[in-house]
Write a protein that binds this ligand. Structure first.
Ligand SMILES: *Cc1c(COP(=O)(O)O)cnc(C)c1O
Length: 820
């Protein structure tokens, strides 16, 4: 960004300036995250206050790193930081936006803003690729479209850029006006408006008007005329010469007729001057086809030639923009960012890499960047990033990437192309490493990913880490500021994969983890997790491991207490323990009559320190058990007091599970134990719709068969064709965790957006589904459950609960983690 003095920053934000004793130079970078500071001397730290965090709390840490210029709120105590220069403003969010608006004004090229309910990120990425063939393009990284993401995106616009493409998203009324002030777009693209009710908006019309306000001062607005409410509103509010519309039917500026052929589509375009042109695109699904027509319209409106646009389309794919983490060969962990190709995206991927649990080496496989413009400077910066993020090994592909050596002196290996890399690099080069793979599309890095990943085909469980964060923060928002959170990661983190989820929770600063068995705790330690871990069900044989791995057992009986106490006494160990009190669950735990004996034991064995005391509720999810639950909580309060009264220290007191947090927020005590809610299932029903689904279980179609009426399907010939039709055999069975009770029409899966019922019995590794009325072919993706199929509904169909479906997924199913 354009360099500024502290004085200018104060002036632009209307803040007051407090100069520190260290003479302060120019600021040319803005940071909001203490983990993310490349060059402290030139950076301004903006302390943002969010619902769950407060940037002011990190100033100490940032100051230690050598940063000296800060934007803070009036209540912040600056006195310990005598060298620091402070700009003090009422609202740091607004100040950040003011700075962005100023930077925006310095950019003279056209700025294209994209908004709408769906497709913003894809339209932005695709348009960026098409325009990128001719121009140097700045675009917002990933889906940075929020009140904070938009300003940060604007700071990424550099002098050599010729066009900027930014997306804007909002969650409540009034926000778009801020984004408009920052972006001041000349060209707007409105992707579409969803029908789903979005929280934060009174009505659909209000949502639409709010989104449209981004374009209040645009010279041109692109929209789809077939979206009647969108078209109606634009055509009423804006003069005709500002509007550029496209449609399936005549009457718009661009009329597109789509013909789908096997795997690709032909788009016949007619302009209002009756000139025609035919585009080809490599996909057939409706969402991509809508997005691409926005892209074509925008590129042509910016003056590109038909043939040049087609050239850009040739390279497109239905991209997976997500950053994914997957198991690799030789115990490696792969971060797949195959389709990323710019500096901003690379930074995000390196950040994600830095957040993973430690492995042997950090290896980065990176291609040439195909950004137009100052090559040398870009590679220098990449080299600096590699040093900063402590990359051990850089494997470069292309003719230019070696330029990073100027600023990076770690180990390097260079290949002229992807083929060379794949044929020359032996797979035993990789061993227990963390490997980030990121490169320009034309390098075809998918091939490297295929080579390095474990288990390429079959069924995958995808875990959305952003959704996990959302759910964690949702429960946090129901808690008092000082209530701690223990997260249950027992049973492989409810099937999601203990190590990665525990690592993510460590990033989120959860306070405690809990597992069922000592073995689960040991493997968390082996994976580098260092949060305190409570073990629900320890056994005597595991005492040594417990001590060695710093795990904290639950003690639920006097006999067990004595065994553990004697063991620690004899071996001169101290151990933290957790006391389980039985107030009505009748599973494990001390009953009221045993409390006195327990107190005596506590004094007999002082080497066992009570870290916490808890009880477990038997019916927190259902209102009908309200009286019982309140009685449990009351009894627990009394029993816990009887114990703590005799101790000269203060254990953590806790009772609530996920449903308990929703239903009994007044009984948080010192900590809660979050389980199923984190994984996206709201069992109490009170906050239905507030959580985000975390996991998607997917497989593929192995074969399609055409059968005639009366033919039978599968074992015991239970499935019968009721009419002529076709079935798909999918690569999942009960051994993967697809319950056999889904047989014979009880269960269904989603194939290309449509429900397909199970036909016949579920087999061990395969299942047949009826796709008579669905367009489907071998290799197509099949969703077993995910955002569009609710786990609650599925589990009810076979008389069980979501917990069982989640935890039944076999370990042979590959887990993939992603950020969207
Ligand atoms: C599993 C478990 C929890 C979490 O329960 P959810 O219903 O998944 O929130 C809490 N406490 C104990 C003791 C548990 O065993």
């Amino acid at each position: 960004m354009q360099a500024l003095t502290a004085g200018q920053i104060a002036e632009l934000t209307g803040g007051s300036l407090w100069l520190g004793s260290s003479s302060h130079g120019l600021v040319n970078a803005i940071v909001i995250d203490s983990r993310n500071i490349l060059s402290p001397v030139n950076s301004l730290f903006v302390a943002l206050k969010g619902a769950k965090f407060d940037g002011h709390e990190f100033i100490e840490e940032v100051y230690q790193q050598g940063l000296r210029c800060f934007l803070v709120s009036p209540s912040f105590d600056r006195s310990p930081y005598s060298e620091g220069t402070f700009v003090v403003v009422e609202d740091t969010h607004k100040a950040l936006q003011d700075l962005a608006a100023y930077q925006r004004k310095l950019f003279l090229g056209p700025l294209i803003a994209i908004t709408g309910s769906n497709g913003k990120t894809i339209v932005k990425e695709w348009l960026g690729q098409v325009l990128g063939l001719h121009f140097s393009v700045a675009k917002s990284p990933k889906s940075y479209n929020s009140q904070v993401g938009v300003p940060l995106s604007v700071f990424g616009i550099e002098q050599h850029h010729q066009v900027a493409i930014m997306e804007a998203g909002i969650s409540k009324v009034g926000e778009m006006a801020n984004l408009e002030k920052i972006l001041q777009p000349q060209l707007g693209v409105f992707t579409n408006i969803g029908t789903a009710h979005e929280e934060g908006f009174g009505s659909e019309m209000q949502k639409l008007e709010e989104k449209m306000s981004l374009f209040a001062n645009c010279s041109f607005i692109i929209y789809r005329k077939d979206q009647q409410r969108v078209a109606g509103l634009f055509e009423k509010q804006c003069s005709a010469e500002r509007l550029i519309s496209w449609s399936d039917s005549p009457g718009a500026d661009f009329t597109f007729t789509v013909k789908k052929e096997s795997g690709r589509s032909k788009i016949l375009m007619m302009r209002s001057d009756l000139s025609v042109y035919t585009f080809w695109v490599p996909f057939v699904d409706e969402a991509s086809l809508e997005n691409i027509r926005h892209v074509i319209t925008a590129a042509l409106s910016l003056g590109m030639e038909n043939a040049a646009v087609q050239k850009g389309l040739d390279h497109l794919k239905a991209v997976d923009m997500r950053l994914t983490l997957k198991p690799g060969i030789n115990q490696c962990l792969l971060i797949d960012d195959t389709y990323n190709n710019d500096l901003a995206g690379l930074k995000l991927a390196l950040d994600f890499m830095a957040a993973q649990r430690p492995k042997n080496r950090k290896i980065l496989i990176l291609s040439d960047l195909l950004q137009v413009g100052e090559k040398e400077r870009v590679y220098e910066e990449i080299g600096q990033l590699c040093s900063y993020y402590q990359i051990d090994y850089l494997i470069g592909v292309g003719n230019e990437i070696h330029m990073v050596q100027k600023t990076f002196n770690g180990s390097t290996l260079f290949f002229s192309g992807t083929k060379e890399l794949v044929s020359q690099l032996e797979s035993d080069f990789f061993n227990n490493d963390l490997v980030l793979i990121t490169g320009a599309r034309s390098f075809g890095f998918e091939e490297i990913v295929i080579r390095l990943q474990q288990r390429v085909h079959g069924t995958t469980l995808e875990i959305n880490l952003n959704a996990l964060t959302h759910n964690y923060n949702f429960y946090k928002s129901k808690l008092k500021a000082d209530t701690r959170v223990m997260v249950m990661v027992k049973a492989f983190a409810y099937g999601g994969g203990a190590a990665e989820i525990a690592n993510h929770l460590q990033q989120l600063k959860a306070d405690y983890l809990a597992v069922a068995y000592t073995d689960e705790g040991i493997s968390l330690r082996e994976e580098g997790i260092n949060l305190p871990v409570m073990v629900l069900n320890p056994v005597q044989e595991s005492f040594l491991h417990m001590v060695k791995n710093n795990l904290e057992p639950v003690v639920y009986s006097a006999a067990f207490f004595r065994q553990l106490g004697i063991y620690c006494q004899q071996n001169e160990h101290r151990l933290k323990i957790h006391l389980d009190l039985d107030t009505g669950m009748h599973r494990l735990g001390f009953e009221e009559s045993e409390i006195e004996g327990l107190i005596n034991l506590l004094h007999e064995f002082p080497q066992l320190e009570v870290a916490s005391i808890y009880t477990h509720l038997a019916g927190a999810d259902e209102e009908i058990h309200g009286e019982y639950t309140l009685h449990q909580l009351e009894q627990f309060t009394k029993m816990a007091k009887d114990i703590t009264r005799t101790l000269d220290y203060k254990p953590i007191i806790h009772a609530l599970n996920s449903a308990g947090i929703s239903r009994y927020p007044n009984h948080q005590f010192d900590m809660v134990r979050l389980g199923i809610g984190l994984y996206g299932v709201e069992v109490s029903g009170i906050y239905e719709g507030k959580l985000k689904p975390v996991s998607t279980l997917k497989t593929t179609i192995s074969q399609i068969k055409y059968l005639s009426k009366g033919q039978t399907i599968g074992y015991s010939r239970k499935g019968i064709m009721e009419k002529d039709g076709k079935i798909a055999t999918i690569a999942i069975g009960y051994a993967d965790g697809f319950d056999r009770r889904f047989s014979n029409g009880i269960g269904y899966v989603m194939v290309n957006g449509k429900q397909a019922k199970v036909i016949g019995n579920v087999c061990m590794d395969m299942t047949m589904v009826d796709v008579s009325d669905i367009e489907a072919k071998q290799g197509d993706e099949v969703i077993i459950y995910g955002p569009e199929i609710s786990l609650k509904d599925l589990s009810q169909r076979i008389g069980t609960i979501p917990y069982e479906l989640l935890t039944n997924i076999s370990s042979r199913v590959k887990r993939v983690y992603y950020l969207d």
